[in-house]
Design a protein around this ligand. Structure first.
Ligand code: HDE
Length: 704
């Protein structure tokens, strides 16, 4: 009797005080309830199309009773939820994907029959996925790591996937070493950390025993692996490929992407702080740029060379630890890629997209690079376990946009419904089943292969240090110092002293001064022994194109300026700086102690784009600090405000200040230099904001 009473009361309470009790509740959570409430909505149904009367309560035997197994609505919903995750990519799990188009601007007709490389002006849809390598899908955007640069071209002759990186060389020469490399960089198996980091024993142990990695090590220790934005990275196909023309002749080709915004990287200390301030820094940056209509663009360029020219190079171009300096084989720009549409759904597109270097089109072919040859197997294989069915090519993001069909059949999740009796070829029973296309179909380059079968590393792959040295010597002194300091940082995290020493031993072959700097940074008591080099180190001409600083553009396009304000700030000065920065192409954000904004000197309220504690200066390329005396006093008690200016200074950013702003700098113990400017001189600030204040660096940190 009692029980009955309680249960019926609680049933009533559930109805009165529960969340929104209608089909709008899901959308309402998205914050648009006011618009949605009055609209017409489709019925919420099960996957069988049965309309739901209640999406808030499971079916129970009575209001306090057990949930009934017969609740097919609950079971269907929970079962689907339980299976929402698919295996994440073993590498390159964390990524940002964007749709766009490719436009060819110069024809390569002389070299290839591929339509995408010969039809000038033709727009080809693309889906581009930019990723980190080592971390899991939920890891931060900004570890020190290589960035994947994968482009799927939906060409009229089939899908072409150019699955590259933002670094033109790789760690290893032969695919058989890839699982070892990746196991060494991933979380150590006994402890399950570190996530997404090279700074640990197993990685450096493997590297120190793998001299072929030394060129790549120079690149990953450079600021290339801590990019400011995914819109500001280069892309490389890495391997040599072949182009085949109408006469069947083949030419080697290397593919390059060059960002229109130029290259820009962060400073290591800045990167570390960005990880905390915004783990989605790169994804958000891309999302916001696309939303604002600032579509990132890359030039597409090729390096073309014949076998004869390849034979004259002082290294083997089939070795993926080598690049061809553009001073030796110039880049020819042949097109552009614009990314202009954010995916509708992250999972359906960015997660389910399946790239494969083996996806090429007639007129393009592979080279014998042994790393590429291994990749040709791996990607299709990994998709089978990741996407779970050989029909993954039917998922919209993977399906070609040209007609396609064959006699493959069935399998998990078959979406097509082929008709007729015939599923084989040749056949005489069907008039319209797909047939070969001898002339236009895919042909491999007719290459003569000779030599003995065996597990043999080519002699021409033996030089592991010359290009590492060339890379290091091609950098500016600031960049060299960053490489040395990154090595000290990473090796200082390595517990095993013999691994630290072994690495310094390799550095001695690259550049003795670099080895000394790192040895001193690690406080080694004597210079370690340098291992025997398999081939003598060659003195190659420096290649300035390998720098980042040399490729940073003198522009505010694509960059962000933060203006720190508080109650009493001068609205006119804020407005002048904001207008000047916006006109120069920057995104401007107002940062204030409260997100609702600050009451300016003239009594008006200026809303903030970010609250001070959650919007540190690491999120900007340059900052202005506009404060009243009172505002400066208040902020001098706020560590977030002190950090804001200290970090901006420490990260070599231009800082514009008015009188109040200057007070805050004094409190933060920051002296004036050429990068600290009067807020009233907006032009000087805009000019300085386009650059990093490299000269300041020596005064703010000890570099190796
Ligand atoms: Fe990959 N790589 N890789 N890789 N790779 C994968 O394929 C592999 C290599 C690259 O956004 C996996 O679909 C082997 C070089 C990118 O979805 C896997 C070897 C380069 C992406 C795989 C390499 C790359 C991948 C994991 C040594 C630069 C992300 C998920 C022979 C040229 C693609 C997947 C995306 C992804 C294997 C080396 C670039 C396991 C065996 C060199 C950009 O198949």
């Amino acid at each position: 009797m009692n029980k009955k009473k309680t249960t019926s009361n609680s049933g009533k309470r559930r109805q009165e005080k529960g969340p929104v009790h209608n089909a709008d509740s899901q959308q309402a959570a998205g914050g648009e309830m006011h618009q949605i409430a009055g609209g017409e909505h489709p019925a919420l149904t099960t996957n069988q199309g049965v309309a739901l009367s209640d999406n808030q309560n499971s079916l129970s035997a009575n209001p306090h009773g057990p949930t009934l197994l017969e609740d097919f609505i609950l079971r269907e919903k929970i079962t689907h939820f339980d299976h929402e995750r698919i295996p994440e990519r073993i590498v390159h799990a964390r990524a940002t994907g964007v749709h766009g188009f490719f436009e060819l601007t110069a024809s390569l007709k002389q070299y290839t029959t591929a339509r995408i490389l010969t039809q000038v002006g033709e727009m080809t849809p693309v889906f581009t996925r930019l990723s980190t390598v080592a971390g899991g899908a939920g890891s931060v955007d900004t570890p020190r790591d290589v960035r994947g640069f994968a482009v799927k071209f939906y060409t009229k002759e089939g899908n072409w996937d150019l699955v590259g990186n933002n670094i033109p060389v790789f760690f290893i020469q032969d695919a058989i070493k890839f699982p070892d490399l990746i196991h060494s960089v991933k979380m150590e198996p006994d402890r399950g950390f570190p996530q997404s980091a090279t700074a640990h024993d197993t990685f450096w142990d493997f590297i120190s025993l793998t001299p072929e990695s030394m060129h790549m090590v120079m690149w990953i220790m450079s600021d290339r692996t801590i990019p400011r934005s995914l819109r500001m990275i280069e892309g490389f196909g890495v391997h040599s490929f072949r182009l085949i023309n109408a006469a069947g002749e083949s030419t080697f080709v290397k593919f390059h992407w060059r960002p229109k915004l130029g290259l820009q990287s962060t400073i290591w200390d800045e990167t570390v702080k960005i990880c905390g301030a915004d783990p989605d820094y790169h994804r958000r940056d891309m999302f916001e740029a696309i939303k604002a209509g600032n579509f990132p663009e890359w030039e597409f360029a090729v390096q073309l060379f014949t076998q004869k020219e390849a034979d004259r190079l002082p290294f083997d171009h089939l070795d993926a630890t080598k690049l061809i300096p553009e001073e030796l084989v110039p880049l020819k720009v042949i097109g552009r890629m614009v990314l202009d549409r954010w995916p509708n759904n992250f999972f359906a597109e960015t997660e389910q997209v399946a790239y494969c270097p083996a996806n090429i089109v007639p007129g393009i072919d592979f080279s014998n690079d042994p790393l590429l040859q291994g990749r040709l197997f791996s990607y299709l294989d990994t998709q089978l376990s990741r996407l779970g069915s050989p029909n993954f090519h039917q998922i919209p993001i993977n399906a070609p946009k040209c007609p396609f069909g064959n006699l493959q059949r069935d399998g998990h999740m078959q979406m097509a419904q082929p008709t007729g009796r015939v599923a084989y070829e040749p056949n005489s029973l069907s008039e319209n089943s797909p047939r070969e296309t001898p002339a236009k179909g895919f042909h491999s380059a007719a290459i003569t292969e000779t030599g003995n079968k065996g597990r043999i590393r080519a002699e021409s792959f033996a030089d592991h240090y010359s290009q590492a040295r060339q890379f290091y010597l091609s950098q500016t002194s600031y960049e060299q110092a960053h490489i040395a300091s990154a090595l000290v940082f990473e090796l200082s995290k390595v517990e095993h002293v013999h691994v630290r020493e072994a690495m310094v031993g390799h550095l001695r072959h690259i550049e003795e001064d670099l080895a000394k700097r790192v040895a001193e940074g690690l406080a080694l008591d004597k210079m370690p022994y340098a291992p025997t080099a398999a081939a003598p180190v060659q003195e190659l001409d420096p290649s300035p194109a390998l720098q980042i600083i040399g490729k940073m553009k003198d522009t505010l396009m694509g960059r962000a300026i933060g203006i720190l304000i508080a109650d009493g700030s001068d609205g006119a000065v804020i407005k002048k700086i904001k207008t000047a920065a916006t006109q120069a192409g920057a995104t401007v954000k107002i940062v204030a102690p409260k997100v609702g904004g600050a009451i300016l000197a003239d009594g008006s309220t200026l809303a903030a784009d970010g609250q001070l504690a959650g919007t540190p200066s690491v999120l900007f390329d340059a900052v202005a600090v506009i404060l009243s005396d009172e505002g400066a006093k208040t902020l001098s008690m706020e560590s977030a405000a002190i950090d804001f200016v200290r970090d901006a200074f420490g990260h070599l950013k231009a800082i514009a200040v008015d009188k109040g702003g200057e007070e805050l700098l004094k409190t933060a113990n920051i002296g004036k230099d050429a990068g600290v400017l009067d807020a009233l001189d907006k032009n000087a600030f805009i000019a300085a904001a386009k650059k990093r204040q490299w000269d300041r660096e020596k005064s703010v940190r000890t570099l190796a």
